[in-house]
Design a protein around this ligand. Structure first.
Ligand SMILES: Cc1cc2nc3c(=O)[nH]c(=O)nc-3n(C[C@H](O)[C@H](O)[C@H](O)COP(=O)(O)O)c2cc1C
Length: 158
């Protein structure tokens, strides 16, 4: 099954999670970074996994645009959806529901919450100030959920 993991990332966390997921899938999944990819031909893939991250409550614009442009084709694929974010529980679910259209959520074979990371070295001045104030932390911090990535990989492989 030819697989693409199509992702967008701001500070690299979603890219890290996409790489970990590709390793877990063990099927030679192709990693497609929407920030750098040119034309993407979805015709060649049977399984498409979309991954994005949340900043100020919203998923990356490039993922939104990609979904809008390719919605009909995505609806015909075996599909997986995942999110990197720091919120958990109901709030994370709410962000997920806002991030991915209902039509896609309904057909997705696996939905994943992979946790997230605050990387102070990659944040700009304003982001650093926001995170210091809101999260009350001063240093980089990761809570990527490896178990959740493994569970997602096994669900989507069924
Ligand atoms: C400025 C900023 C705003 C953020 N806003 C949210 C948010 O509203 N909700 C949330 O769950 N996580 C939020 N996060 C956490 C990110 O989702 C988390 O850092 C994620 O790992 C980023 O992934 P990326 O590096 O692939 O973009 C925010 C992070 C930053 C730096």
């Amino acid at each position: 099954m030819k697989t693409a993991i199509v992702f967008a990332t701001k500070h690299g966390c979603t890219e890290n999670c996409s790489e970990t997921l590709a390793n877990e899938l063990n099927t030679g999944a192709e990693l497609i970074n929407l920030e750098t990819a040119k034309e993407i031909d979805l015709n060649q893939y049977d399984l498409v996994i979309l991954g994005g991250s949340i900043h100020a409550g919203m998923i990356n614009k490039t993922i939104k645009k990609f979904i809008d442009k390719n919605l009909n084709q995505l609806l015909e694929k075996k599909l997986g959806l995942f999110l990197c974010c720091m919120e958990e529980g109901e709030k994370a679910q709410e962000q997920f529901n806002n991030a991915y259209p209902e039509k896609l959520r309904n057909i997705a074979k696996a939905n994943g919450f992979f946790g997230g990371a605050f990387d102070f070295e990659k944040m700009n001045f304003i982001e650093r100030a926001i995170i210091k104030k809101i999260a009350n932390i001063e240093e980089s911090f990761s809570k990527i959920n490896i178990q959740s990535i493994k569970t997602f990989a096994s669900e989507i492989s069924k």
